[in-house]
Design a protein around this ligand. Structure first.
Ligand SMILES: Nc1ncnc2c1ncn2[C@@H]1O[C@H](COP(=O)(O)OP(=O)(O)OP(=O)(O)O)[C@@H](O)[C@H]1O
Ligand SMILES: [Mg+2]
Length: 278
């Protein structure tokens, strides 16, 4: 079940700006991986390579036995059907209702009847707390609600591979927790391969099986790949009280801090003294 996603030797520049240098990373099938790293270093660019929206200068992106940069247009279309992607700046169709926005991928990629579509869309709207808003337009709902519409849209075709670029920004802390818990319930079947991008370290540890920390650019690489072994199903608040959680958080925080300090040309010194030792 699930599909392994393997990136090998990914190298990408825009003009003279080297974004990624010889990066290799496997997203294990059936697991949740989380990508963390300083702003502007290439996380969103990484995601776009996985779905073939950007082509690497060198390297491979294996989705099962298909190498995304080297497949035909037709194969790429088939590969993309395996993905549900929530882009960081993903926009909704402004003139379509919430219902039609969420239904859009189903109508594009499947031959389901309108009654099936209605049932599936309403299910996902309920999951994301949007029941009752289905006839509204994106301009008539809040930023957090629009984010939840995008999450519903990402999940609508039951994708095997899910990429979500900062899915929980704009949500208040309580809604964030509900969404995270509901997504974990959905993903617990281990049938999907999932990659989140977030800037929230504790959220990353609580949710994931693997936390990946990127180094600061230019020419980013993977600084650390940390397995998270807390048993599932997880209590997302309870797990934060586990002594092991504090240790992991402190260790990863130090690494992230050093990378962010590099971006800002600062010494990664003084502020670290207040961080518990791992
Ligand atoms: N299509 C493009 N053409 C040229 N440069 C690009 C393009 N897309 C991204 N970049 C550059 O690549 C770098 C990495 O961008 P990216 O959006 O991946 O950062 P990020 O790690 O996702 O940051 P954030 O955490 O702020 O979202 C940035 O310097 C950006 O300007
Ligand atoms: Mg980004």
């Amino acid at each position: 079940m699930g599909v392994e996603v393997t990136v090998e030797g990914l190298t990408k520049s825009f003009g003279r700006q080297v974004i990624w240098e010889n990066v290799s990373l496997t997203l294990p099938k059936g697991e949740i991986s989380v990508l963390l790293g300083p702003s502007g270093t290439g996380k969103s660019v990484f995601l776009k390579h996985l779905v073939g929206l950007l082509r690497p200068d060198r390297g491979h992106v294996w989705i099962g036995d298909k190498d995304v940069p080297n497949v035909s247009e037709r194969e790429l279309y088939e590969v993309r059907k395996m993905f549900g992607v929530l882009f960081q700046d993903g926009a909704l169709f402004g003139s379509m209702t919430i219902f039609d926005n969420v239904a859009f991928p189903l109508r594009e990629h499947t031959k389901k009847s309108e009654s099936d579509i209605k049932r599936i869309v309403m299910e996902k709207l309920e999951l994301t707390g949007l029941t009752g808003s289905e006839e509204k337009l994106p301009g008539e709902i809040s930023g957090g609600m629009r984010k939840r519409v995008a999450i519903a849209q990402t999940l609508i075709c039951e994708p095997e591979i899910i990429l979500m670029d900062e899915p929980f920004t704009h949500l208040d802390a309580q809604a964030r927790l509900f969404m995270e818990e509901d997504l974990l319930d959905l993903f617990v079947d281990g049938k999907r391969t999932i990659l989140f991008v977030t800037h929230d370290l504790d959220e990353a540890i609580a949710l994931s099986d693997v936390v990946v920390v990127m180094s600061a650019g230019p020419a980013s690489t993977i600084r650390a790949r940390q397995r998270i072994e807390f048993r599932r199903p997880r209590d997302l608040l309870g797990v934060r009280r586990d002594p092991g959680f504090g240790e992991l958080s402190a260790a990863l925080w130090r690494q992230l801090h050093e990378e962010v300090a590099r971006v800002y040309g600062r010494e990664a010194g003084d502020r670290l003294r207040s961080v518990p030792q791992a």
